[in-house]
Design a protein around this ligand. Structure first.
Ligand SMILES: [Zn+2]
Length: 201
């Protein structure tokens, strides 16, 4: 078993996989890594780089170097990073929930096609500047905007997500979320009965 990583060893690995806050906000970056990691058993989210987190980070970093995904079998941390251009110092950068990533993996296998993440995590300031909802699930790491390859009816049939936003023009789903896993579920949406809404574009 390889040794526990020191902060000096772990920081460049975190930077390489997308945590551009790893130097200035190491514990937050470690927590973000632990929150989303899905290449093995769930990690305890404590911001401490112990043996399990060290092994997980080594694996993600090795996969990155081979051009493979770093968070789950088909998704990488960097795809979910807040798109604010790193302008807001309080931004945690990447804090997507493992449960949401697991659903995206299941969705990907149901449609049997890659899923592109358009927008993942959003800090409150970035959410406000893009006109997101006040209680947007993007702020809780439980949502992603994706390129919609399935219709609303198909997605409801999959029973994977608790919230589905779709375009009124073509009925394609562009937002999926796991609000039932994030503890901020004002609409009580769940996979068996998801909350749905449309965007007028
Ligand atoms: Zn941000």
């Amino acid at each position: 078993m390889a040794a526990v990583l020191t902060r000096a060893q772990a920081t460049p690995m975190l930077l390489a996989i997308g945590f551009d806050n790893a130097k200035r906000d190491y514990i937050t970056a470690v927590r973000g890594f632990q929150t989303g990691w899905n290449l093995g058993q769930a990690l305890k989210v404590d911001g401490v780089v112990g043996q399990k987190t060290s092994d997980a980070l080594r694996l993600s970093f090795a996969r990155k170097r081979k051009g493979q995904s770093t968070m789950s079998p088909h998704f990488s941390f960097i795809e979910f990073r807040c798109n604010d251009g790193a302008r807001f110092p309080e931004c945690k950068r990447i804090w997507v929930l493992r449960d949401h990533v697991r659903r995206l993996e299941a969705y990907r296998s149901k449609i049997d096609a890659p899923v592109r993440i358009v927008s993942g995590c959003r800090c409150p300031r970035h959410n406000a500047e893009v006109g997101g909802a006040k209680s947007s699930q993007h702020m809780y790491g439980t949502a992603s905007d994706i390129e919609g390859l399935a219709s609303l009816r198909e997605k409801q049939g999959f029973a994977l997500f608790a919230g589905l936003g779709f375009r009124s023009s073509n009925k394609r789903v562009v937002h999926v979320d796991s609000r039932d896993k994030g503890g901020h579920n004002l609409t009580s949406g769940k996979p068996a009965a998801p909350t749905t809404w449309e965007y007028a574009t």
